[in-house]
Design a protein around this ligand. Structure first.
Ligand code: URA
Length: 232
């Protein structure tokens, strides 16, 4: 693999940034300065450092985005803006797709990846990966008509959910499944309309509070590890 490809796949630098950094002597391969980014390395065996820090090889890209309202959780759409359109051009060509979906008006944590196998495992109903959402309702939630134990949806009982109210209108709901419009439909069953919904965690990874809506960053190795451990 070329050095510039390696640095772009690992999320360290784009290809043009890599060539500039290489010319400036900021990249080493096995301790020796590499000024030519087209040089091939073996990501499994060679040690590549950027500004003296070892770059860990990652086969797949995992990105966390703070999805804004008004964009689709899809890889492409002929008419509407998608979450992929919010990434820089070099990342738009990497075959990334959203790991799961949020409604167009839902904001918050959305993972983007090109790791089909892990994404599939995390979304599989058998794996019970937890997803938490902050919600705001149009009218107070009457706990007596509890929906946590499950309601009938698409011919099946929903899995138990956890709801922690912060006040009469707002709270956090945690689900282990993801049916179409699930939270809105659960609260509709209890007679409430969800007026704001934000995903705040997914499979043990929390939304980075420093990310504004529409912003993204690569997952840290620890966060990727948490995702790998999540499917049980
Ligand atoms: N439940 C919903 O109703 N909408 C979402 O976007 C996610 C969960």
């Amino acid at each position: 693999m070329r050095i510039d490809k390696f640095l772009s796949v690992t999320g360290k630098a784009s290809r043009s940034e890599s060539s500039r950094a290489a010319r400036a002597g900021r990249i080493t391969v096995n301790g020796v300065i590499a000024r030519d980014c087209s040089r091939h390395i073996d990501p499994e065996k060679d040690e590549i450092c950027f500004d003296g820090i070892k770059v860990l090889y990652r086969e797949f890209i995992w990105i966390m985005m703070n999805k804004p309202a008004g964009v689709l959780s899809a890889s492409e759409d002929r008419k509407q803006k998608t979450v992929i359109d919010l990434l820089p051009p070099e990342l738009q060509e990497k075959g990334l797709f959203p790991c799961g979906r949020l409604d167009k008006d839902t904001v918050g944590l959305l993972m983007l990846t090109n790791d089909g196998a892990l994404s599939h495992a995390l979304l599989s109903p058998r794996h019970h990966a937890e997803k938490s959402y902050y919600f705001r309702l149009s009218r107070p939630y009457d706990n007596a008509r509890g929906i946590e134990n499950g309601i009938m949806m698409d011919g099946k009982l929903t899995k138990p959910a956890k709801i922690v109210m912060r006040d009469a209108l707002c709270g956090v709901i945690t689900l282990t499944e993801g049916k179409y419009h699930q939270i809105k439909r659960m609260f509709a069953y209890a007679g409430c309309t969800v007026v704001y919904l934000k995903r705040i965690s997914f499979a043990g990874v929390k939304l980075d509070p420093s990310l504004g809506e529409g912003e993204w960053r690569y997952l840290t190795p620890e966060e990727e590890e948490a995702l790998r451990r999540a499917p049980v």
